[in-house]
Design a protein around this ligand. Structure first.
Ligand code: BTN
Length: 261
């Protein structure tokens, strides 16, 4: 990684490592010992990267982005804490549009898809102190070059990487720079209707039949009609009833079609 370029990123402080177990764990430790708002921990490789719902996240060396932001939420932001992980997805989607003229979609709540395949994952974790959220650790992983794409038998959803979609080499720090600019721009608008509009505009499977699954529970099917101001998924059920679902441990997929077409 071009570590010299890291010093030009729009962040107040950063810690770079060649290899760590998980950037979310290091960012959490740093948040506990006074990391400023917007600080990032970035690594070339993760040996124990974590995903949502206790899944593993692979970050081989030299081919991916893996970083965690330390965000100290304001009282206003804490009225809609579920929007932090979509903020990461939206920022990456905009970075891919603006720097690489790609047309990403966001699979609710925050997975960024390129050509219908997952290219990134986001894991937002809260650090509590004295009964309040002291920091949100926003972990972002992006498959940049082909070796970062996990084998098909190890993923729940088909995966790809930015270089495959762009058809050219992608500099990781250049992509990260665009991602961070978009992230801080939209963070300042996190609780506004404009944020929801920007997110919904890129939402995958809009108007299509989808299935929500949760381990140990029967699947829920409905037609995806959008998101609520709190970031919940809006579905119209087969009987016409409208229902909202908070992200939590739900897994979304399109039904009636192969996920990749
Ligand atoms: C998912 O799709 O399940 C979320 C994956 C989140 C991966 C990122 S990579 C940087 C940060 N460190 C981790 O251990 N996980 C997140």
């Amino acid at each position: 990684m071009n570590t010299e370029a890291l010093s030009r990123l729009p962040v107040p402080a950063y810690h770079y490592h060649d290899s760590v177990p998980s950037t979310n764990d290091l960012a959490r430790d740093w948040a506990e010992s006074g990391a400023p708002d917007g600080a990032i921990v970035i690594t070339d490789e993760q040996t124990a990267g974590r995903g949502r719902m206790s899944r593993r996240w692979l970050t081989p060396p030299g081919c991916a982005l893996a970083l965690s932001l330390v965000l100290h939420p304001t009282a206003q932001e804490m009225t809609k804490p579920a929007l932090f992980s979509p903020l990461g997805g939206l920022a990456l989607a905009i970075a891919l549009e603006e720097r690489y003229t790609l047309t990403p979609e966001i699979k609710w709540p925050n997975d960024v898809l390129l050509n219908g395949r997952k290219t990134s994952g986001i894991l937002a974790e809260s650090l509590w102190q004295d009964g309040a959220v002291q920091a949100v650790i926003l972990g972002i992983g992006v498959n940049v070059a082909p070796p970062s794409v996990p084998p098909a038998d190890q993923v729940q959803f088909p995966a790809t990487c930015v270089e495959t979609a762009a058809g050219r080499p992608v500099d990781r720090i250049n992509l990260l720079d665009a991602l961070l600019h978009a992230l801080f721009y939209w963070r300042a608008r996190l609780t506004t209707p404009a944020f929801l509009h920007a997110w919904e505009k890129r939402l995958a499977f809009m108007g299509e039949p989808v299935q929500l699954t949760r381990i140990g529970q029967p699947p829920i099917t409905g037609r995806l009609t959008g998101i609520t101001p709190l970031g919940e998924l809006r579905l119209t059920m087969p009987n016409g009833e409208k229902k909202n679902f908070p992200a939590g441990d739900l897994h979304l997929r399109r039904i009636g079609k192969n996920p990749v077409q």
